[in-house]
Design a protein around this ligand. Structure first.
Ligand SMILES: Cc1cc2nc3c(=O)[nH]c(=O)nc-3n(C[C@H](O)[C@H](O)[C@H](O)COP(=O)(O)OP(=O)(O)OC[C@H]3O[C@@H](n4cnc5c(N)ncnc54)[C@H](O)[C@@H]3O)c2cc1C
Length: 425
């Protein structure tokens, strides 16, 4: 392989930044990472940034800094098209104050890794696109928090209640609901009495239980815990439309809220549909083989939420989770240089180590997975909370190395003692 081989990674999320950080500078490859955000935040943490119980400035990794540390190049900007014939990624202009600060441009590649993640899917529900917020990116989570602080202040000034209604009873919706309860409690502790009762939180899901990817026992325990925390849980109902004031449900109920959040469904970003002649899944993901390369174009690799791997055994499905994205990143760090050099690699194998869901500081629940420790089982409380925290710390260690990752953990422990527990300004 020659050093002129240009590996371009679009998307510096759980998988993309991990690959860039561990392949960049290591192998005989020139690596460029493209991302539309200036910094990376581990996506499973975005609900805490949205609620304001974690600070984006402390939890983010700047792409410019990471590129310098880890020996890859960073190109800021949004990928808006991919031309397979020219082997080019087209980037839109970077606009600020109504001006094109950086013009539209193209980046050519020899091998392209698509790691652009996924977004919520409102299935065309009338009004959802216009009236709902989502928390799928760092920018959206920060914007959510900015808006929530203003709405909350407004409600307090007018001496009225404040509502947040969330569609989607998966991990994102459940974790966001719990985190907002926690925020209300923290802020009440700063002297705003009665705030906790004034914040109304509703969860809405079409299924007959929350967290359908988890065993029923966990779904019921989480629903009961959320209700205890004052969250209204609406199950077996569909949102038929959304307007400025409320979600209108299939059973005739109207759930009013100042902030309406769409946290249901998953689909791949529209960028993938700009690539001519490659197979996409029903969710718009790039269809890849068991070596994670497109089944139609061996110079394009798909990883994480935006990819749908197909195996000889069609019953094997890889979920859209951070756990799967990390395992795929591991596989590519190990085997991509060999594949690029024309060699072969063993098939990627997904191992289910279980799932965890955290209800803020209140509780956490998890499964140990079919192949995980003790052949499967349940976790609850402090042990599950620790498991959830360790997933994040492991990600940081992969990006920054063990030493720096441990220092960042220590810094968080110290900050938690000396700084406010919620973003207040
Ligand atoms: C609130 C929340 C909580 C979650 N909790 C959990 C959990 O507890 N456990 C779990 O396993 N999973 C969880 N998930 C799911 C998990 O975060 C995703 O499965 C995982 O992040 C997927 O990783 P990825 O690398 O594919 O994409 P991402 O981590 O989403 O990264 C995609 C990157 O691509 C960039 N990008 C996208 N489009 C473009 C473009 N056109 N041009 C340039 N850059 C682009 C984005 O800026 C981003 O940096 C959660 C998700 C959310 C939203």
């Amino acid at each position: 392989m020659n050093r002129d081989h240009h590996l371009v990674i679009v998307g510096g999320g759980v998988a993309g930044l991990d690959i860039a950080s561990r392949i960049g500078g290591r192998d005989a490859l020139r690596v460029t990472l493209i991302d539309r955000e200036p910094a990376h935040i581990w996506k499973p943490m975005l609900h805490t940034i949205a609620a304001g119980t974690q600070s984006s400035s402390f939890q983010q990794t700047s792409f410019v800094g990471q590129a310098r540390e880890r020996g890859f190049a960073y190109q800021p900007g949004e990928a808006i098209g991919i031309d397979r014939k020219q082997r080019e990624v087209r980037l839109g202009p970077i606009v600020a104050d109504g001006r094109d600060i950086v013009p539209a441009r193209s980046v050519s590649y020899d091998t392209l890794v698509l790691a652009v993640g996924s977004e919520a899917n409102d299935f065309g529900t009338p009004g959802a696109g216009r009236h709902c917020l989502t928390i799928n990116s760092r920018g959206q989570a920060i914007a959510f928090n900015d808006r929530m602080r203003i709405e909350l202040l407004h409600a307090l000034a007018q001496d009225r209640t404040f509502g947040v209604a969330i569609v989607g009873g998966g991990a994102t919706g459940v974790e966001l609901a719990a985190e907002i309860v926690q925020l209300a409690e923290i802020v009440q502790g700063y002297g705003i009495s009665g705030l906790r009762e004034r914040v109304r939180i509703s969860l809405i899901d079409t299924g007959d239980r929350l967290l359908r990817a988890f065993p029923e026992r966990i779904s019921h325990a989480v629903a009961a815990r959320l209700r205890e925390m004052g969250v209204e849980v609406n199950l077996s109902v569909k949102v038929v439309s959304v307007d400025e004031e409320a979600f209108n449900l299939s059973d005739g109920k109207i759930v009013r809220a100042e902030m309406k959040v769409w946290a249901a469904g998953v689909r791949a970003p529209g960028l993938l549909s700009t690539i001519e002649g490659i197979q996409l899944s029903k969710l718009g993901q790039i269809v890849v083989g068991d070596d994670l390369r497109s089944v139609d174009d061996r110079s394009i690799v798909g990883v994480g939420d935006c990819a749908s791997p197909r195996f000889a055994d069609a019953s094997i499905l890889v979920p859209t989770t951070a756990q799967a994205a990390s395992q795929e990143a591991d596989y590519l760090v190990r085997h991509l240089p060999t594949l690029i050099a024309g060699g072969t690699a063993p098939a990627f194998q997904y191992r289910d180590f279980g799932s965890l869901v955290s209800l803020g500081g209140y509780d956490a629940y998890g499964t140990l997975g079919r192949i995980g420790l003790f052949g499967g089982g349940f976790l609850k409380g402090r042990v599950a909370q620790l498991g959830h925290a360790l997933l994040y710390r492991r990600h940081q260690a992969r990006l920054h190395g063990m030493g720096r990752g441990s220092l960042l953990w220590l810094a968080d422990v110290l900050n938690a003692r000396v700084r406010p527990r919620a973003r207040l300004s």
